[in-house]
Design a protein around this ligand. Structure first.
Ligand code: CLF
Ligand code: SF4
Length: 503
């Protein structure tokens, strides 16, 4: 039995499956992408699922102010439209941001995108944002420039965005109905006045839609982020999806609301429910019928550096950045060479793929097993984001991957408290473990570097099979191996045949 792994890429990450296009749920359309669009997304890790295995992005946190209030945001932290709540990024001046980008671009030659996504709204801080873009457009013209905004000030800045060749813009659009908007946004700051309630939502929606239309008209690729808030906009996001698609948005990234009391947000304190993994997936599936849907978002911080899911921001504090001497021309040449090498490797893989079955499982124990096999959700304890290299008891979050005949895909993150919570060895921490089991709902396997016997038994009785046999292996190799085992043992038979249920 063999699941075909498509190559080892030039930077060492292995991947599986047919994700050659922008995002899953859109493979057929991916093949029909024009050459021109393909060139624009092929090395953008957010716009192309394939690219995120090979190319790095970085954010510079230059934009502290925000012009609206979202109920899922506490302004002590990074903008929750693009980042996980509860994260604080160190604010940089535009000069520092430029220096840091050039240094990172020398240290990580896979860097292809520089984004500004906070910690507030980049377009509520236009001087700082455009000073950064202006310099980088001059000093590192090979980097793609990218911005994420709530959209309130977007239409005023479209011309400037185009002028500096910012080819990728994300707008967070949670609603197109002001009655729903009034439940998400308590106020906006508009024309030097604070405006509240339905009127505020009406203005925000109007500006977002106007900005979207203007960007599309000018050929900018627009990604829409939406935060799924159960009971508030979950059903309504299907309408949002329909409208933004109609207006020419390129990609829709539906993210789960994260609302914890400890983050001090309105929703967190009020106990607003977060969507379950299954609810999120169902909505993404519905929207994927109509539009490219992004599913590999890592809700990264405003100062994220590196491949998605492999954050290296801690390596590049300003003291380190200032202490480094860099030959910028040599760095740019190295980036160009690495880019060519990655593209050539990918082309080889695509050529090989078109000459063979994309993913093959042979021999089949049960005829038709692969075609009818259900997908498997696997939780991963990982420090690096690439390897199975975290002890179960030390994990503060788990990465969840979905594996099916279509390949291995990042599915999301599940936050957890450390089971070992400061102890040297795993102790009796029932409540923490109970919470983790709840957080891992839907996952049937947990891969970690090590795990104690007590949590092992409890996870197993909760229907989550712990497995530490793949310690230190790359995540996707390990997930693939587990899928093969489960397939071989008949555990992935369709629901009706096996009687198994997935939450
Ligand atoms: Fe940054 Fe956003 Fe540009 Fe990407 S992130 S500004 S489009 S370069 Fe990417 Fe990070 Fe998800 Fe954002 S994974 S949070 S979607
Ligand atoms: Fe917070 Fe971003 Fe909303 Fe502003 S736009 S309130 S920074 S989540």
């Amino acid at each position: 039995m063999e699941l075909k792994v498509i190559g080892q890429n030039p930077i060492g990450a292995t991947r599986v499956g047919p994700d050659s296009g922008p995002c899953r749920g859109s493979q057929d359309r991916a093949n029909s992408l024009s050459e021109h669009i393909h060139r624009r997304i092929q090395d953008h890790p957010c716009y192309s699922e394939e690219a995120h295995h090979h190319f790095a992005r970085m954010h510079v946190a230059v934009a502290p102010a925000c012009n609206i209030q979202c109920h899922y945001c506490n302004r002590k932290y990074d903008c929750a439209n693009e980042s996980r709540p509860g994260v604080v990024s160190a604010l940089l001046t535009p000069e520092q941001a430029v220096k840091k980008t050039l240094v990172v671009g020398a240290a990580i030659p896979q860097l292809s995108v520089l984004g500004i996504a906070g910690p507030g709204d980049p377009l509520a801080n236009p001087e700082r944002t455009f000073a950064t873009f202006r310099e980088l457009a001059r000093k590192a013209p090979d980097l793609k420039l990218c911005v994420s905004t709530n959209g309130l000030a977007l239409s005023q800045h479209v011309d400037e965005l185009v002028k500096y060749n910012i080819g990728h813009v994300t707008i967070t659009i949670n609603c197109v109905d002001p009655n729903i908007g009034a439940k998400i946004y308590p106020w906006i700051f508009w024309n030097n006045r604070r405006i509240r309630g339905r009127k505020a939502a009406e203005i925000l929606i109007e500006q977002q839609q106007r900005g979207l239309e203007m960007l599309v008209e000018r050929g900018v690729l627009v990604k829409i982020n939406s935060v799924m808030i159960p009971g508030v906009n979950d059903e309504h996001l299907k309408e949002v999806n329909r409208i933004v698609k109609q207006k020419g948005a390129f990609l829709h990234n539906i993210m789960p609301l994260i609302a914890r009391p400890e983050h001090g947000t309105f929703y967190g304190i009020m106990g607003q429910r977060e969507p379950s993994a299954e609810e999120l997936r169902a909505l993404q599936e519905t929207c994927a019928g109509d539009m490219r849907v992004m599913r590999h978002c890592h809700q990264c911080r405003s100062d994220a550096v590196g491949l998605l899911g492999q954050d290296r921001s801690a390596e590049f504090d300003m003291n380190t950045v200032d202490s480094l001497k860099v030959d910028y021309e040599a760095a740019a040449a190295r980036r160009a060479a690495v880019r060519v090498a990655i593209r050539q490797e990918l082309e080889k893989q695509h050529a090989a793929k078109s000459n063979s079955t994309l993913v093959s499982f042979t021999p089949l124990r049960h005829p038709g097993a692969v075609a009818t096999a259900r997908p498997l959700l696997v939780a991963i304890a990982s420090k690096s984001g690439r390897l199975i290299d975290e002890h179960f008891g030390h994990a503060r979050e788990f990465l969840v991957y979905e594996v099916s005949a279509a390949g291995v895909h990042f599915f999301g993150r599940r936050a957890a408290d450390r089971y070992c919570a400061g102890l040297d060895s795993c102790g009796e921490t029932e409540t923490v473990l109970g919470k983790t089991i709840r957080a891992l709902q839907g996952c049937e396997v947990l891969l970690c570097a090590k795990i104690g016997i007590e949590p092992w038994e409890k996870l197993e009785s909760a229907g989550i099979q712990p497995n530490s046999e793949h310690a230190l292996e790359p995540i996707e190799d390990a997930v693939t191996a587990v899928y093969q085992e489960w397939l071989a043992s008949g555990r992935l038979a369709p629901l009706s045949a096996s009687g198994q249920t997935r939450v």
